[in-house]
Design a protein around this ligand. Structure first.
Ligand SMILES: C[S@@+](CC[C@H](N)C(=O)[O-])C[C@H]1O[C@@H](n2cnc3c(N)ncnc32)[C@H](O)[C@@H]1O
Length: 206
C-alpha cells in the first residue's frame, strides 16, 4: 500500500486556520482543498485498490483536488467542470497540463455533449452545488454516460452546506461505500463532510 499521507503532506486542506477565517468572514481568498485530509487519504487508497483509470470532478474550486489526484494516479483521462466561483474570490483556477476542463454549468445543455466526448469515466466525483435538487440532477445527468462509480462529496450534513447531499445519499439505491472520517485538522472528533461512492446494483440500472 502506498503512503498517501506522506504523498499529500504538502497539500493544504480545510484546517483550523481556514475554519476560523470562514467563521469570521466567509470563504477566504486562499487556495486550499475543500476537503478533510483523512477522507482524501482514504479516497486515494480506494482509487488505488479499485484501479481507477479515469476521473471527472464536477465542482473543483481552484483545482486543488483534481490536480492532486491527477498527480498521484496519472489517470489515462482526467476531466473537470466548474462555473468558476473561485474567480469571484480573486483566485485562479490552475489545472495541470492534460486535464480537460469545461468551464460552465454542469446543468447546461452544453454539458452532456462535453461529457459524451469524454467516453468512459471510471470515477465521477460530484462536488458542485450541495442542494438536494442540484445533486439529484447532477447524478441523473452523469449516470447516463459510461462509468464505473459516481461519488458524492458531503454525505455528512454540516452547517455550511446543509443536509441535501445526505438526504439524497440516504435515498439512493445501489451498492454504496462510505468514507467518513473525523475532521481532525479543525480539532474535531466528528466528521463534517464524508464521501459516498456509488455503483448500480447491477449494470442494467446504470
Ligand atoms: C465545494 S467547491 C468544490 C471543491 C473542490 N472539489 C475541492 O475539493 O477543493 C464547489 C464548486 O462547485 C462549483 N459549482 C457550483 N455549482 C456548479 C454547477 N452547477 N456547475 C459547475 N460548477 C458548479 C463552484 O464554482 C465551486 O467551485
Amino acid at each position: 500500500m502506498r503512503g498517501f499521507a506522506d504523498e499529500l503532506k504538502d497539500i493544504r486542506f480545510w484546517d483550523s486556520g481556514i475554519e476560523k477565517l470562514i467563521e469570521e468572514q466567509g470563504l477566504p481568498a486562499i487556495d486550499f482543498v475543500m476537503q478533510t485530509r483523512e477522507e482524501i487519504i482514504a479516497l486515494c487508497e480506494w482509487i488505488d485498490e479499485n484501479r481507477i483509470k479515469s476521473y471527472l470532478e464536477i465542482g473543483i474550486w481552484t483545482g486543488g483536488l483534481v490536480n492532486l489526484l491527477h498527480r498521484c494516479f496519472k489517470f489515462q483521462r482526467t476531466a473537470a467542470c466548474d462555473i468558476g466561483a473561485a474567480r469571484l474570490f480573486s483566485l485562479e483556477i490552475n489545472l495541470a497540463p492534460g486535464i480537460l476542463f469545461y468551464e460552465g454549468n454542469s446543468h447546461s445543455p452544453i454539458y452532456p455533449n462535453w461529457r459524451r466526448k469524454l467516453g468512459q469515466i471510471d470515477l465521477t466525483l460530484i462536488d458542485a452545488s450541495h442542494s438536494y435538487e442540484d445533486v439529484k440532477r447532477d447524478f441523473a445527468i452523469n449516470r447516463k454516460f459510461p462509468h464505473r462509480y459516481i461519488a458524492f462529496q458531503g454525505i455528512v450534513a454540516n452547517k455550511y452546506t446543509g443536509d441535501g447531499v445526505k438526504q439524497f445519499w440516504t435515498e439512493l439505491e445501489g451498492e454504496k461505500f462510505e468514507i467518513v472520517r473525523p475532521h481532525t485538522e479543525i480539532g474535531s472528533s466528528e466528521p463534517t463532510m464524508g464521501i459516498g461512492i456509488w455503483r448500480a446494483a447491477n449494470k442494467s440500472q446504470s
